[in-house]
Structures are given as structure tokens and as C-alpha cells.
Ligand binder design. Structure first.
Ligand code: PXP
Length: 246
């Protein structure tokens, strides 16, 4: 059954606004699990703007499901991941000034660097996923560097404003997911998914996991974290059971 990874970066962002002790993303993770999260995702950025190393260490001790550490491909981060040993690592491109992760990894142009990171993480028995745009060349390259998982970037799909654009972006996700599975890759997706656009992505055949943060934390402001996670999971499961619906 399709899984939900809850990204708790935004809880850390609120805490860092005052550089204080609350709200604690580790507590948010526990509540998200109570609402049905199948995993907790946190992006430890090089500039440490939200999640801190302390959060990852505590998450690794406290999370009952699994931790997915999102990070750049730099050798410092790969070494740190090998030391911390989360179950999963999602490699993403990182730019200092960006508001959030913009675009996927360019595996085609940076094969060597990405392959070396994947190799080191595979050796440490961390399951690696590459965050890539739904682009067939990138999917092919992800398989060539022997990453077991790809996370398809749903940002453009989520930003689509007309039914035509929405369909075009969904088609790209569907095709990338189909090719990835043909090549033996596990398929995840995420970025910009919310309560209105999640079902079409959850219904893509073979979709195994969605990573969602902003919409859940935003909903939690009014409904509480547990209810926000429970409702997202309900929508995902309903769509996955009904099958492709676009
Ligand atoms: N997946 C990846 C790789 C991301 O970088 C992010 C954003 O941190 C997400 C999923 C979650 O995106 P959102 O917060 O828009 O749900």
C-alpha cells in the first residue's frame, strides 16, 4: 500500500524564527506517526537554516517508522549520513538562496559525483533515492548510477494552473514512473503536493511513497498535526486503491 513520508522541515523553520526550543520537530514526528505517517523526512541543509544535526540524531533515536534524510550530494553530507545511518537518504540539489528545492538533480550531467555518493551510501546500507524531474533521460541515468529509488519532482505538476498543463505534467510523471519501474527502480514522488492535487499522483500505477511537508504543516495549524496527517493518508489510500484516475 502507498506510503506517506511526512516532511517536518517547516516545524523546524518556525522554531528557527526565534532560534529557540519550540516547536520541536522531533515531537511533530511522534504526532505525525500517531496520525499514520509511514516515515519522517527531514532536509539537513548545508546552511542549517531549519533542521539541525541535533534533530536528526534525536529523530533517529525516537522515530518508530523510519527516517529519510534529505541532503545534498556534497562529500561532507555523504560522510555525515554514513555516520548517522538513517534508513533512507534522498539526494537533492541545493542552492543557498532558494526558498525550497528547485528542480531535480541533474544525474545526466553529474554522473560521476552522484555515482560516487550513491556507491558510498549503498555500501553503508542506506537506501538512496535520487530526487529528479520526471524526465526520461534522468530516470535512465538514475538506473545507471545504481540508485534503488527515484523520487519524482512533482513541483511543476503542483504549479500547473490550467487543466491542459496539469494533464501534461501528470503525463510526464506517469511516463517517468513507468520507465523507472521497467528499469527496476522503486518510485516515490513529492514536492508541492496538497489535499487537492495528491490523489492523481497517488493513483499513478506502482507509486510507492509520497513525501509531503508544507501542505500538512499548513493544515496542522488549524486542524492539528495528527488530523492533518490522517486526512492526507486517507486521500492517498483512497486514490491508490481506485487506480489511475486522470
Ligand atoms: N521531497 C523533496 C525531495 C523535497 O525537497 C521536499 C521539500 O523539502 C518535499 C518532498 C516536500 O515538499 P513540500 O514541502 O512542498 O510538500
Amino acid at each position: 500500500m502507498i506510503k506517506l513520508g511526512v516532511n517536518i522541515d517547516h516545524i523546524a523553520t518556525i522554531r528557527q524564527a526565534r532560534e529557540g526550543r519550540f516547536p520541536d520537530p522531533v515531537l511533530a514526528a511522534a504526532v505525525a506517526e500517531r496520525g499514520g505517517a509511514d516515515g519522517i523526512t527531514a532536509h539537513l541543509r548545508e546552511d542549517r537554516r531549519h533542521v539541525q544535526e541535533r534533530d536528526i540524531r534525536l529523530l533517529l533515536e525516537m522515530v518508530q517508522t523510519k527516517v529519510n534524510l534529505e541532503m545534498s550530494t556534497s562529500s561532507e553530507m555523504v560522510d555525515l549520513a554514513c555516520l548517522l545511518r538513517p534508513a533512507d537518504c534522498c539526494l537533492v540539489p541545493e542552492r543557498r538562496k532558494e526558498l525550497t528545492t528547485e528542480g531535480g538533480l541533474n544525474v545526466v550531467d553529474h554522473t560521476e559525483r552522484i555515482q560516487s555518493a550513491v556507491r558510498q551510501l549503498n555500501r553503508a546500507e542506506i537506501r538512496v533515492s535520487l530526487f529528479i524531474d520526471p524526465d526520461l533521460e534522468q530516470v535512465q541515468a538514475a538506473a545507471e548510477v545504481k540508485a534503488p529509488v527515484v523520487e519524482l519532482h512533482t513541483g511543476r505538476y503542483a504549479a500547473a494552473r490550467s487543466p491542459q498543463q496539469f494533464k501534461k505534467e501528470w503525463d510526464k510523471l506517469w511516463q517517468a514512473a513507468a520507465l523507472a519501474q521497467e528499469l527496476g527502480l522503486i518510485v516515490h514522488a513529492g514536492h508541492g503536493l496538497d489535499y487537492h492535487n495528491v490523489q492523481e499522483v497517488a493513483a499513478i500505477p506502482g507509486m510507492q511513497e509520497l513525501n509531503i511537508g508544507h501542505a500538512i504543516v499548513a493544515r496542522a495549524v488549524f486542524d492539528g498535526m495528527e488530523n492533518a496527517v490522517r486526512e492526507m493518508k486517507r486521500l492517498m489510500r483512497e486514490a491508490a486503491l481506485a487506480g489511475a484516475c486522470v
